[in-house]
Design a protein around this ligand. Structure first.
Ligand code: FES
Length: 916
């Protein structure tokens, strides 16, 4: 009998992972929704619901399809396979899963089910695929974390071979949470909600600036069966504001009479899941009055203030000065000017924001994808008018988070509704909703002048930057303050002035995004350094080596590091690659010039540095650990792993300090009720700060165990078979665990250690000690430019990164490669335009086909503060990439790009402006 596609109560029968099932649902329902919500197959992930990201890929009769664009009815009588079924039953898929773990091919893991399923389909046809075949077969899957290279390596190496989950500092241990990622068992934001939860949808402003008034809300609710409540600002019991920086808590949970950017939430509609799916919000009773909108910096300066206390829409300023920049520039042998404008850049993590909440007596529990559980807890408590300990935040796995998931997103709305309605409430942003309202990388307008003496030493730099910070503060103050500290790059600049200003506009808030404004600053500086070197007749790498910051020399804030400065070491590591790349480019370009071919090879180099942790303010992390009665050790690790590997790296550090195998450690992940405050996952601080707290906790627990056994520090600790044995000088002592008292948390021994990096305040000229540690990087980008079309094709990236000590080299490589790809996206294709690019087919991010080979060079200049010498890495991975790409385009064509991204039209225009 054929299926009636118009029958909303049809029964669709098919085979799911070898089991016959029948779902009663409308045949037009998305297969992804049917699998997740009706069949419980939450290993099928949803990133866009539009067939753009491929996260939902499943096999339909052996062929990969996007489950979000496949109708359930099409599956009648078919065989559907998902990643969970494949990895449970198919040896080839199991070998692939092991290869993913060995190669570190899953970072956050949200794209992994789609990539794995697509790869299984390929491997069934082509057991030994070429790189090109892998890239083509997986081309429909977007990954925002890995840079694609490790996924390609894993698919090409899909042979049996178990991943290793054991090892101390320096070992490329497989990600401890990796098995769940490669089997689809990982729980992300939208996977955690109970099936009977109410669903919340936000009513959002269709205008960048408008006043509004509600009509008959109760009448509208009553006319829509299944709608349980409509919430507005009047229903917020506490503070109708959230934010992240004290003094800048300015964004309403629900706007009050005026919306300041397109997509701002003004009301929340809550109802039963079945009703909410079909609910048309088009008739929601709200009357809009559009107002004039200022969406760029110049218009915003002239517009009435969005916030009355901030005249001229100037939210905040940053300033650092050292020596006399103007006098130095006046006396310099050579002075070059640099300018750059950049647009909004979207995070484009594949997992949209999601949360669910429930009221438990006098408390509320919020389960969500977040980078900052304790900050979220405190913000939610203020919104609900509750003490902080009445709110529990339980982070799920985070399907990509590069800064935007530090802010509150869906959490306040579901918490508000669950508190008021006393029922579980869930919300998952749609892809367009996510892209309209999430925070962005700040658009920047930067001008600088930089000078050098006749020997090529930098003498002075004057730097001015304006940032479009959008309608609300978010992390804008941090960007305005960080950039002046970093705008010199990791170079010695004795005379320096940097001023920044962040300006409000009727755009989505700009906020934290990998680098906090430093990538934009580097994109202005590095091409200017190329121009200086050229004027001085110096090699561009040698010029940077000459000026690189070194131990014992002051930074632009006057800070002097006596050890651990790896800027020159990164440049030195690149030297042979630089020589090779320039020679190849010369030969290639000579040949192309002779034949009239329009391609030109360009080679660019750029440096980067980044202060790890908060700027000049306390920044502690605490780690707690306990010995259990079964002889195992519990590690309470509250640093959220957003794919960068904190769960693994921090456990490795702890186990190393304890002197016990990693396999003896049971990880208790972030949960504000269970784990002490490890701060937020941002500013490249977790390996450094929480890692050092973990090292101290491991050492403290070790000392306590040794004390208990009355043995010296030289003793070996053996944790196995439910026993604790201490071995020293051939003698063995077994602790009598049964005789030890159990504390209130169920532990026989318990330790908690806190680490707060030593920083100091900055004076009015920004002089002082902003960070205890910087990380350093330098990268070479090789690319081809099509002189006729303006197209730019990256050929290779060589990335040297000083990480102090690579705790886990494979995870280090993965961070670097992912950052490089985000940097190439920023350089060449990514620009968010409010109101126009709110999906993943109009907003382009790099794909498998865009990923060039990336050679990673791990440099280890130990840091005196970091655990085992380790430094942060997350932000550093991206900072030099776009500047190096700009330098390479300049090298290939002579063109000075003044606007990012370097789209073909802009490249062509710059080539023409340069006389090409
Ligand atoms: Fe691919 Fe995060 S690992 S999107």
């Amino acid at each position: 009998m054929s299926l009636d596609f118009d029958d909303p109560g049809a029964t669709v029968a098919f085979t799911l992972n070898g089991e016959a099932i029948a779902l009663r649902a409308a045949p037009q329902m998305r297969l992804s929704e049917a699998l997740r919500e009706l069949a419980g197959a939450r290993d099928v992930k949803v990133g866009c619901n539009a067939g753009d990201c491929g996260a939902c890929t499943v096999l339909l009769d052996g062929a990969p399809v996007c489950a979000c664009t496949t109708a359930l009815g099409r599956c009648e009588g078919a065989e559907i396979e998902t990643v969970a079924g494949l990895t449970a039953r198919d040896p080839q898929a199991q070998a692939l899963a092991d290869a993913f773990l060995r190669h570190g091919a899953a970072q956050c893991g949200i794209c992994t089910p789609g990539a794995m399923v697509s790869a299984v389909a390929l491997l069934r046809e082509t057991p030994r695929p070429s790189e090109r075949e892998v890239s083509d077969a997986l081309g429909g899957v977007l990954c925002r974390c890995t840079g694609y290279r490790k996924i390609v390596e894993a698919v090409m190496d899909a042979q049996p071979g178990a991943a290793v989950f054991e090892g101390g500092v320096g070992a490329s241990v497989a990600r401890l949470d990796g098995r769940a990622k490669v089997t689809g068992a990982e729980i992300f934001g939208d996977d955690a909600a109970p099936g009977d939860a109410l669903v919340l949808r936000a009513v959002r402003s269709p205008h960048p600036h408008a006043s509004f008034a509600f009509g008959d809300l109760e009448g509208w609710r009553a006319a829509h069966p299944g709608v349980v409540a409509v919430l507005t600002a009047a229903d917020v019991p506490g503070l109708n504001r959230f934010g992240v920086i004290p003094g800048f808590i300015d964004q309403p949970v629900l706007a009050e009479g005026e919306a300041r950017f397109e997509g701002e939430a003004v009301a929340a509609v809550v109802g039963e899941a079945a009703s909410m799916a079909a609910l048309d919000l088009g008739g929601f009773p709200v009357a809009w009055t559009p107002l004039s909108a200022a969406t760029d910096i110049d218009a915003a300066r002239a517009a009435p203030p969005l916030h009355p206390e901030r005249p001229g829409n100037a939210m905040c300023r940053g300033h650092v000065a050292r020596g006399d920049a103007e006098a130095a520039l006046a006396a310099a042998s050579v002075v070059v000017e640099g300018r750059i404008e950049t647009g909004f850049v979207e995070h484009a993590y594949i997992e949209p924001e999601a949360a669910w909440a429930r009221r438990v007596g006098g408390r509320v529990e919020v389960t969500c994808c977040t980078q900052a559980p304790m900050m979220n807890r405190d913000g939610l408590a203020a919104i609900l008018g509750l003490p902080p300990d009445s709110v529990r935040v339980i982070p799920t796995a985070v399907g990509g988070g590069f800064g935007s998931k530090l802010d509150l997103t869906a959490q306040p709305l579901v918490a508000l509704a669950a508190w008021a309605l006393r029922r579980p409430v869930r919300m998952t942003f749609t892809r367009p909703e996510s892209m309209r309202v999430s925070t962005k990388r700040h658009p920047a307008r930067i001008a600088l002048r930089v000078g050098a003496d006749a020997e090529g030493r930098l003498t002075g730099l004057a730097f001015d930057a304006e940032f479009n910070t959008g309608a609300y503060a978010s992390w804008g103050p941090t960007v305005a303050n960080r950039v002046p500290v970093h705008a010199s790059g990791p170079y010695v600049v004795p005379n320096y002035r940097a001023d920044t200003e962040a300006v409000h506009s009727h755009c989505p808030p700009s906020g934290a995004f990998r680098g906090f404004g430093v990538p934009q600053a580097a994109a202005a500086l590095e091409p200017a350094l190329d121009a200086l070197a050229e004027r001085l007749g110096m090699d561009r790498l040698a010029f940077r080596q000459l000026n690189a910051l070194r131990d014992g020399l002051p930074t632009v804030t006057g800070q002097v590091f006596e050890s651990g400065v790896g800027a020159a070491a990164c440049l030195d590591a690149l030297a042979p690659h630089w020589t090779r790349a320039l020679a190849e480019a010369e030969v290639l370009n000579a040949g192309r010039g002779a034949t009239g071919a329009p391609l030109r090879r360009g080679v660019g180099v750029a440096s980067g540095w980044y202060g790890c942790g908060n700027t000049s303010i306390p920044n502690p992390s605490t780690i707690r650990a306990g010995l259990k009665g079964d002889g195992r050790v519990a590690l309470h690790q509250g640093a959220v792993d957003i794919g960068q590997g904190a769960n693994t790296v921090i456990a490795q550090i702890f186990a190393q300090a304890l002197g016990a195998p990693l396999s003896a450690v049971d990880l208790i992940g972030a949960d504000t009720d269970l784990t002490p405050d490890a701060g937020k996952t941002s500013a490249s601080r977790q390996t450094f700060v929480t890692g050092e707290a973990a090292r101290r906790a491991g050492a403290a627990l070790r000392a306590a165990l040794l004390r208990l056994g009355n043995v010296s520090d030289a003793a070996e600790i053996v944790l196995e078979g439910g026993a604790v044995r201490l071995v020293e000088g051939g003698a063995l002592r077994q602790l009598d665990l049964a005789a030890l008292p159990v504390d209130q948390d169920g532990y026989l021994l318990q330790v908690a250690e806190t680490y707060d990096p030593p920083t100091g305040p900055l004076d009015a000229d920004g002089q002082g000690r902003p960070y205890a540690q910087f990380g350093y990087a330098a990268q070479i980008v090789e690319l081809d430019v099509d002189l006729a079309l303006g197209r730019v094709h990256p050929v290779k990236v060589t990335a040297a990164h000083d990480v102090g000590r690579a705790i886990n080299p494979v995870l280090v490589e993965g961070q670097i490669q992912g950052g490089v790809m985000q940097g190439l996206g920023m350089a060449l294709m990514e620009e968010f335009v409010p109101g126009r690019t709110d999906n993943l087919h109009d907003y382009l991010i790099p794909t498998f086909g865009d990923a060039p080979p990336i050679e990673t060079l791990i440099v280890e200049v130990p840091d005196p503060h970091g655990p085992y010498g380790a430094k942060g890495l997350g932000e550093h991975a991206l900072i030099p990439t776009a500047p190096a790409a700009l330098c390479a385009i300049r090298h290939a064509t002579g063109a000075e790009l003044r606007r990012l991204p370097a789209t073909p039209e802009r490249v062509l225009a710059a080539i023409r402006a340069a006389g090409g």
